[in-house]
Ligand binder design. Structure first.
Ligand code: SF4
Length: 428
């Protein structure tokens, strides 16, 4: 890789001791993923088996969907359903049969578990198997858990994709699988770059439709676009596929490193790689330089929330000139994170899991210029005069690959600019 980034650090963070926290954590639950997953899988329906709380979460998080033909709903289990689990199973069968009769467009149905104890006791795996047999071949029924117990909001996507891997057929084809739900426009950019390098046999998980199904086998190689796909990674390895480990495609450097790892796997020559990436790299570099002016020499502190923290810390420190104070992650998957950890220079504390009060105390001590955290922590910290960035915005905004690199830097510089303006106003 050339030029304007610092050289890879002599000592990255791979050997940095990790502070393991197992206290109270404050994050959204995995049901949140339905909001972006239902947009990607056009023939899928997500039936949350849950409580009124789950229904409220979905409705408020996806309020905008109320006027569209919905592709998710909540089957609410009442206290009375607890009286007999057989009744709950029958009730679920009844709801699903009604739904599938009414909606012939549904080809893939996800039964999404949640965390009320009555739901946890239901065997949704067996229900999905039973229903799959009943409604095959028109509808495939799968299940996963979006429960908020000990999980974070991006794990819903991981659980969903991991549930899809075992039902994909076997193949010997040598294909690249790009794994992770990206906005369509971003996915097209990535596929375009790979195509221009001569890599055409590319599949995407999740596919837009069950009709786009493809096989998995020993000749499948896969590249993750999202750092939170630990279970999907494990499920693909179990199917014999091989992971192309690389930094994640955030920023110019991350995108180039990600593409370069794939190019090496498919024997793309250096001249072709340069021809395809030179122009978008230059655009990304310029956009990041502009958007990151407000970030230079500022400090950043990450609470564990989205699982994107390590690659983002790498981007902010290496491309935007920030200094990371602490980088917290909900779970540290080394097989997935090592390439980013190697590039993140020694210095920031690393923490895994959360003990929210202790971490708040460390954050208040450090008084970072910017704190990246969940919604619940952002308001109190803002009230204490600290600039914050909501981690959840990072999964709702297109931030991957070259053309979005400037927007990614802009997401972090905006709160600092806003706080600067507020200070100016207060001084006038
Ligand atoms: S799954 Fe659990 S945390 Fe999420 S909305 Fe339902 S009850 Fe709340």
């Amino acid at each position: 890789m050339t030029g304007h980034f610092p050289p890879p650090p002599a000592r990255g963070c791979s050997d940095t001791p990790v502070l393991k926290e197992r206290g109270q954590h404050e994050v959204f639950c995995g049901l949140t993923g339905i909001i972006w997953l239902h947009r990607k899988m056009q023939d899928a329906f997500f039936l949350v088996v849950g409580s009124r709380t789950c229904a409220h979460l979905l409705q408020s998080a996806a309020g905008v969907m109320i006027f569209a033909e919905p592709r998710f709903a909540t089957a609410i289990l009442e206290e009375t359903d607890l009286a007999g689990m057989a009744d709950a199973q029958e009730e679920l069968d009844r709801v699903v049969t009604q739904l599938l009769e009414r909606r012939p467009d549904i080809r893939q149905l996800f039964l999404v578990g949640s965390c009320p104890s009555e739901v946890i006791k239901l065997d949704l795996g067996r229900a999905a198997e039973r229903m799959s047999a009943q409604f095959a071949p028109r509808v495939r029924v799968l299940n996963y858990s979006g429960s908020g117990i000990e999980t974070t909001f991006t794990q819903g996507e991981d659980a969903c994709l991991a549930a899809m891997v075992p039902v994909l057929p076997d193949t010997d084809a040598r294909e690249l699988l790009m794994v992770g739900a990206l906005p369509d426009v971003v996915e097209e950019q990535a596929l375009g770059l790979l195509h221009d390098m001569g890599i055409d046999k590319v599949r995407v998980l999740p596919a837009h439709s069950v009709d786009d199904d493809y096989g998995i086998g020993a000749n499948t190689v896969f590249a993750l676009t999202q750092p939170f796909l630990g279970d999907t990674h494990a499920a693909l390895i179990r199917r014999g596929a091989r992971h192309i480990a690389a930094p994640f495609p955030f920023g110019e450097e991350g995108t180039t490193a990600w593409l370069s790892a794939i190019a090496a796997e498919f024997d793309v020559d250096a001249a072709t790689f340069e021809r395809v990436t030179a122009a978008p790299r230059a655009r990304a570099r310029k956009a990041v330089a502009q958007a990151s002016e407000a970030l230079r020499d500022r400090s950043v502190f990450f609470f564990p929330d989205s699982q994107l923290e390590i690659p983002l810390a790498r981007f902010l420190t290496r491309e935007c000139g920030m200094q990371a104070v602490e980088v917290g992650v909900p779970f540290l998957h080394r097989a997935i994170m090592s390439p980013d950890l190697d590039l993140l220079a020694e210095g920031p504390a690393l923490s895994e899991g959360q003990d929210v009060d202790k971490q708040l105390a460390r954050c208040r001590d450090a008084r970072p210029d910017l704190t990246v955290c969940g919604l619940g922590l952002a308001n109190p910290l803002e009230a204490e005069g600290m600039a914050t960035k909501w981690a959840i915005e990072l999964v709702f905004t297109p931030v991957h690959f070259y053309e979005q690199a400037g927007d990614l830097a802009g997401l972090f510089s905006r709160p600092l600019r806003r706080r600067g303006l507020l200070k100016l106003e207060a001084a006038e």
